[in-house]
Design a binder for this molecule. Structure first.
Ligand SMILES: NC(=O)c1ccc[n+]([C@@H]2O[C@H](COP(=O)([O-])OP(=O)(O)OC[C@H]3O[C@@H](n4cnc5c(N)ncnc54)[C@H](OP(=O)(O)O)[C@@H]3O)[C@@H](O)[C@H]2O)c1
Length: 213
């Protein structure tokens, strides 16, 4: 069983992953600026308030950790349209050297379908709308993905399609080959299932699969 640091653990995929990792016997350091408001209590859960862009906060969070997950997100508001957005690249630039210093090798990072080279699989008609709404965030996720791929870490990049909230676990596809990449819906709990499995499964090492139903 691993001790995993989940960066962005207070809501969405990060919170679902925190719950599932604990359920499956792992220990979790749940990190977010609002981590103290996570409504869970467990002997294998440590809530840690911090900012993923702050070196001292991240260094502290890495103590005693075997693996790191990035499930960071920016709120869907007007700022998403007008930017600038640099959370993903800044948090990753902060994290990578600190992981190296701490000797932690496993990194599992959520970006999204449309990030990096998966952007080439967005149909041209959808491209305009996607760029308008998500362009700033996904261009920053592209920088994040590049940094991760250039690192010497044992990384997996996870690119979910459109996120929905349902409890059902198990109905999702892991599209590893670029020719299979497509958009679709996927539940946060299914993404959490995939993320937790990566703690004990090396099949997707140095891969960037798209997850859809
Ligand atoms: N919505 C979709 O359809 C879709 C599709 C594909 C991919 N994605 C991506 O999936 C990821 C997760 O999305 P989600 O909606 O499940 O999560 P979310 O609800 O947006 O949660 C984001 C998490 O990041 C944390 N966070 C934000 N800034 C932080 C900072 N500076 N330091 C530490 N923690 C910080 C937040 O906590 P605090 O604010 O308390 O710090 C929160 O725990 C995002 O990257 C999103 O872009 C979304």
């Amino acid at each position: 069983m691993a001790t995993v640091l989940i960066m962005g653990a207070s809501s969405g995929i990060g919170l679902a992953t925190t719950k599932l990792a604990i359920e499956r016997g792992h220990s979790v350091v749940a990190f977010a600026r609002s981590a103290d408001r996570i409504a869970l209590q467990h002997a294998r859960l440590k809530k840690l308030v911090g900012d993923a862009r702050q070196i001292d906060d991240v260094r502290r969070a890495l103590t005693g950790v075997d693996a790191v997950m990035q499930t960071l997100g920016v709120p869907a508001n007007a700022r998403m349209l007008t930017g600038p957005i640099d959370l993903f690249s800044t948090a990753t630039a902060t994290l990578l050297p600190l992981m190296k210093d701490a000797g932690i090798r496993r990194l599992i990072s959520v970006t999204g379908f449309g990030a990096g080279e998966s952007g080439s699989r967005i149909p041209p008609l959808q491209r305009l709308g996607f760029d308008l709404v998500f362009g700033r965030a996904y261009s920053d996720k592209g920088i994040q993905e590049k940094m991760i791929k250039q690192s010497a870490l044992e990384w997996t990049i996870v690119r979910p399609g459109v996120l929905i909230n349902t409890r059902k676990v198990g109905r999702y596809r892991v599209l590893v080959s670029p020719q299979d990449w497509r958009n679709g819906i996927v539940s946060r709990s299914d993404v959490a299932d995939f993320l937790v499995k990566q703690l004990t499964d090396d099949t997707c090492l140095k891969q960037a699969p798209v997850l859809v139903r």
